[in-house]
Design a protein around this ligand. Structure first.
Ligand SMILES: Cc1cc2nc3c(=O)[nH]c(=O)nc-3n(C[C@H](O)[C@H](O)[C@H](O)COP(=O)(O)OP(=O)(O)OC[C@H]3O[C@@H](n4cnc5c(N)ncnc54)[C@H](O)[C@@H]3O)c2cc1C
Ligand SMILES: Cc1cc2nc3c(=O)[nH]c(=O)nc-3n(C[C@H](O)[C@H](O)[C@H](O)COP(=O)(O)O)c2cc1C
Length: 494
């Protein structure tokens, strides 16, 4: 109600306006009332927002990078949000009062990344209804050239539904060009969350671009959809004549303006006439340094061999193609970023464990650190069958040792003595120093075959930690898992 004074003023005003002005005033008041409504809905946007949790399961870092972008957007929309790797996640850690987003890539043959396998096993044995009341969303990262596209994300979605969870938006399965589509998905996710909780805040500020740490490169040269052309500059067998193996150092020159960083891999496209209809690219760790080997990528490729049923020797499709290339041949490739295997800051010590072709990224690391004049020390563990014929890049390591670009090398040649010796045995022999380096902040890197090498090295590190710190096996396992979660133990295993 108007008070007396206001009523007089209104009458005075209305007495002086014409019909047109009355209509304008009516619209003006409606507009004002409308804006009061809007104000009321801003209050709605201030409804208590539930906390948000983002879990990412990643092998080469894409899901992690995406999770950081989503986290930024959700935070900008006024939610409290955390993100975490799957590594030690248990079904019982998922709580219905938290909006939960899962970002999951697929590896192997439709499988979850290794770090997510225990969680997948855990939920498979959980009872129906465990997640009742949980609101969740799933995003899958994959590559449609594989037979089972985004298998892990699809399986996870099914399990979450079986356990009583309710997806607040349909799961989205991203192909290799995910970076071009993720900004729209992020926006949609925030909107779905707002709809769910009755808020209407929009995202403020720039959120779709990558965070500083995670620069997602898109376009030509960064997916199998748009490879670039290169020319073979040099190719040579790194094994000597007596070896049972053949491993090729392949140097590719290119002209396109593409960028890679240490730890990235190259995706190799085998031409149609040589791929027998299998057009899935193969990845190879890049063994050159972007600063030192300008406009070149180097690869370290083991020729994969097997026995056919009729007893003849068969070869892996892509490694055979690469092994047969000659200087001057053309090749198509792209850069597969690995945001999980970045080179340490210049002042950090690094311990690099890379038997066989696992040494490839460490060749890149050492050239790069030497070129940058990094202060951190570099310790390499390398292994193979025989020293005289399987010692990849021997002359280069010696040169790096001489110039103090490399500080320590420990070698394990498994078949040069009666009993087998592997890199994990050398690590154990140097347990005290390994522990000292770790305690002083060194970053551990492991690259090479997943089975059994990476599992054996994990176990050796657990044994070393347990012995050096007088920890139980569980405590040592936890210590190593902490290192992994805090980017102090990085793995690129295949
Ligand atoms: C991130 C990442 C980094 C990698 N980095 C490197 C690296 O730096 N260096 C490296 O050498 N490799 C690396 N790899 C492995 C590489 O990508 C290929 O998987 C490897 O070269 C084999 O590919 P291929 O096409 O030669 O063999 P494929 O044709 O894919 O065959 C796979 C295996 O099966 C065997 N096989 C094929 N057909 C038959 C058959 N009919 N019967 C029995 N066996 C058979 C082959 O001999 C081979 O061992 C990496 C992988 C990943 C994921
Ligand atoms: C060795 C290997 C196997 C893969 N297998 C599959 C697969 O079976 N299905 C699929 O959809 N994508 C597959 N991919 C593609 C990855 O899921 C895709 O590159 C994804 O962006 C990786 O995300 P991440 O870096 O978070 O692990 C595979 C990739 C690699 C390197």
């Amino acid at each position: 109600m108007l008070i007396k004074n206001q009523q007089e003023l209104l009458e005075q005003l209305l007495g002086s306006v014409n019909h047109e002005q009355e209509i304008w005033l009516a619209g003006y008041m409606q507009g004002r009332i409308g804006s009061f409504d809007a104000a009321a809905s801003v209050c709605v946007s201030n409804v208590e927002k539930p906390p948000v949790m983002i879990y990412f399961a990643t092998e080469t870092g894409n899901s992690r990078g995406l999770s950081l972008q989503v986290m930024k957007a959700i935070k900008a929309a006024g939610y409290k949000v955390k993100n975490s790797a799957f590594n030690r996640l248990k079904a019982k850690d998922i709580t219905p009062d938290t909006l939960t987003i899962f970002i999951v890539s697929t590896h192997g043959e439709g499988d979850p990344p290794e770090s997510a396998v225990p969680f997948f096993e855990d939920i498979q044995s959980a009872s129906d209804g465990l997640f009742s009341g949980l609101n969740y969303a799933v995003a899958g990262l994959g590559d449609s050239s594989y037979e089972i596209f985004c298998g892990a994300a699809t399986d996870l979605d099914k399990e979450l539904q079986r356990l009583g969870g309710k997806s607040f938006q349909a799961s989205l399965l991203f192909d290799v060009d995910y970076a071009s589509h993720s900004p729209a998905w992020i926006e949609k996710t925030v909107k779905s969350m707002n709809d769910l909780v009755g808020a209407n805040t929009s995202i403020t500020g720039e959120t779709s671009s990558s965070s500083e740490e995670f620069v997602v490169r898109t376009g030509k040269g960064y997916t199998r959809l748009e490879p670039v052309k290169g020319v073979i500059k040099q190719i040579m067998n790194l094994n000597d004549i007596d070896s049972t193996r053949q491993t090729f150092h392949v140097e590719i020159e290119y002209e396109d303006n593409i960028v890679y960083t240490c730890g990235d891999a190259a995706g190799i496209m085998v031409p149609d006439e040589k791929n027998n209809g299998d057009s899935t690219p193969r990845l190879y760790s890049i063994s050159s340094s972007p600063s030192y080997h300008e406009n070149e990528i180097h690869l370290t490729v083991a020729l994969a061999m097997h026995k056919n049923k009729n007893g003849s020797t068969g070869y892996g499709m892509c490694s055979k193609y690469l092994a047969e290339l000659q200087e001057g041949d053309n090749i198509e490739f792209y850069i597969h970023q690995n945001q999980n295997f970045n080179l340490a800051p210049d002042d950090k010590d690094v311990i690099m464990i890379g038997p066989g072709t696992g040494v490839a990224p460490f060749r890149s690391f050492i050239y790069e650190r030497s070129e940058r004049g990094s202060d951190g020390r570099n310790w390499l563990f390398f292994g193979n069958q025989h020293m005289h014929c399987d010692f990849f890049y021997q002359a280069e390591w010696q040169e790096h040792l001489a110039t103090e670009a490399l500080h320590r090398v420990d070698l394990a040649f498994s078949r040069d003595q009666d009993h087998k010796i592997y890199v994990q045995d050398r690590l154990k022999e140097k347990a005290k120093d390994v522990m000292e380096w770790i305690d002083n902040g060194a970053i551990l890197y492991l690259c090479g075959t997943r089975d059994p090498m990476s599992k054996d090295v994990d176990q050796a590190l657990i044994d070393i930690i347990a012995a050096q710190k007088s920890f139980s096996s569980e405590e040592a396992t936890d210590f190593l898992a902490d290192l992994e979660e805090n980017d102090r133990y990085l793995k690129d295993v295949y």
